[in-house]
Design a protein around this ligand. Structure first.
Ligand code: NDP
Ligand code: AOF
Length: 361
């Protein structure tokens, strides 16, 4: 047994589950990974949650297990290792705790408790069904994996992803306001993928008046994808009646405010679990300055403009020690990738208390 009272095989399985969790996309739900071990500690299957609406990690691991073993096989000496307490609620997918009980799994180890009122209590359901339940294995890492998701939940607001499509010199539009297009078709298709996963997309009146954007989610052929975000404009000026963003599907809303927290509060009340901030500079700056950005997807085009609109407005930072610190995020498609002519950078805010690593020499 290790110092934490878990076997080396259980430790390795939780490491594997934590790595597997990162195959999923961040958003309304946390990243979760799972592994099923037999009595000898051999990994029989793994699973993960690929994003809101798709099967939870435990269900995925059980489905993958069934591909490997017969329906009749006794699983009472198997252990489900999972990075988050199995849920206890019927959302778009069924309660995981009940599925584990039904599968006949004998033991469960989870890393961190699920703090959400709607999902908590899965551990008790398992115990009451006679399953051996232990928790706390690699808990710190599991909490860190979803640190911004836990933060968003505790603040009662949507998990918030920011998109920036910028030049090498950090500009999102030329001096005359033109910006279409800075990034390649491949990058834009990728950001349409984000649009199709979020519940709402936010832009300022400046962007709406400059670009007359549609802000819909579209596939490679330009057709609207099945899932469309609510299109939200923030700012005091009127959005012209003939603006493309209004559309004709009733999924348009203007919030006459400059307060990003107020926008996210309003969206949470409407049941939005994942929001995307598409810009422009003033709005991006406001969300960043308020520390309301949980994930940043930045497309870097090999282009220079020299002058124009900077990617974010003022962040209130006056000295280097106050810099906003970020770190690479290798979940959901990875930390960096080449997209067409561009680079796609994927980051998350540095958790508090972790040194930036830029000291010395
Ligand atoms: N390459 C890219 O990724 C993108 C590029 N762009 C480009 O950016 C340019 C537009 O940038 P920008 O003018 O900054 O546009 P914004 O979309 O940020 O809109 C700014 C306006 O929004 C309102 N507003 C709402 N909230 C705030 C706030 N917290 N602080 C200040 N103002 C707020 C104000 O207008 P009001 O008076 O109405 O209240 C303000 O003038 C365009 O040229 C566009 O093409 C835009 C998006 C993405
Ligand atoms: N210029 C620029 C982007 N600009 C963003 O895309 C919006 C246009 O959306 P739509 O009308 O739906 O196609 C525009 O208003 C701005 O928010 N996006 C990118 O991926 N790459 C780019 O180079």
């Amino acid at each position: 047994m290790s110092s934490q009272g878990f076997s080396p095989a259980e430790n390795r399985a939780m490491e594997l589950a934590l790595d597997t969790a990162k195959l999923g996309f961040r958003g309304a739900n946390p990243l979760v990974g799972a592994a099923v071990l037999d009595a000898t500690g051999e990994v029989l299957s793994i699973g993960y949650h690929s994003g809101a609406g798709s099967p939870h990690a435990e269900i995925d691991a059980l489905a993958n297990l069934r591909h490997r073993i017969s329906q009749q096989q006794d699983l009472s000496d198997c252990t489900m290792v999972v990075t988050l307490e199995p849920c206890n609620h019927q959302g778009r997918t069924g309660p995981c705790a009940a599925a584990i009980v039904d599968a006949g799994i004998g033991n469960v180890i989870y890393a961190a408790a699920d703090p959400t009122p709607e999902a908590t209590g899965g551990g008790d359901v398992l115990r009451n069904a006679g399953i051996g339940v232990r928790s706390g294995l690699l808990q710190e890492r599991a909490l860190e994996l979803n640190h911004r998701w836990f933060r968003a939940k505790s603040e009662n607001r949507p998990f918030t992803t920011m998109h920036i499509a910028q030049t090498l010199d950090g500009l999102i539009a030329a001096p005359d306001g033109t910006s279409q297009w800075i990034t390649s078709a491949e990058s834009r298709q990728d950001s349409h993928g984000i649009r199709s996963r979020v519940g709402a997309i936010i832009a300022g009146t400046g962007t709406v008046l400059a670009d007359n954007p549609r802000l819909t989610a579209r596939d490679e052929s330009g057709a609207a994808t099945k899932s469309q975000p609510l299109r939200v404009v923030m700012g005091l000026r009127d959005v012209p009646e003939d603006s493309a963003i209004r559309g004709d599907d009733g999924r348009f809303m203007q919030l006459r405010t400059h307060d990003p927290a107020e926008v996210l509060r309003e969206l949470a009340e409407r049941g939005v679990g994942h929001a995307m901030v598409e810009g422009g500079a003033a709005v991006a700056g406001a969300y960043l300055q308020a520390d309301l950005v949980d994930e940043l997807v930045l497309y870097l085009a090999p282009m220079l403009l020299g002058d124009g609109t900077r990617s974010t407005g003022d962040l209130g930072i006056r000295t280097l020690a106050e810099a906003s610190q970020w770190r690479w995020d290798n979940s959901g498609g990875g930390r960096t990738s080449n997209l067409g002519a561009d680079l796609r950078l994927h980051l998350e805010p540095m958790p508090h208390g972790i040194p930036s690593g830029r000291k010395g020499l």
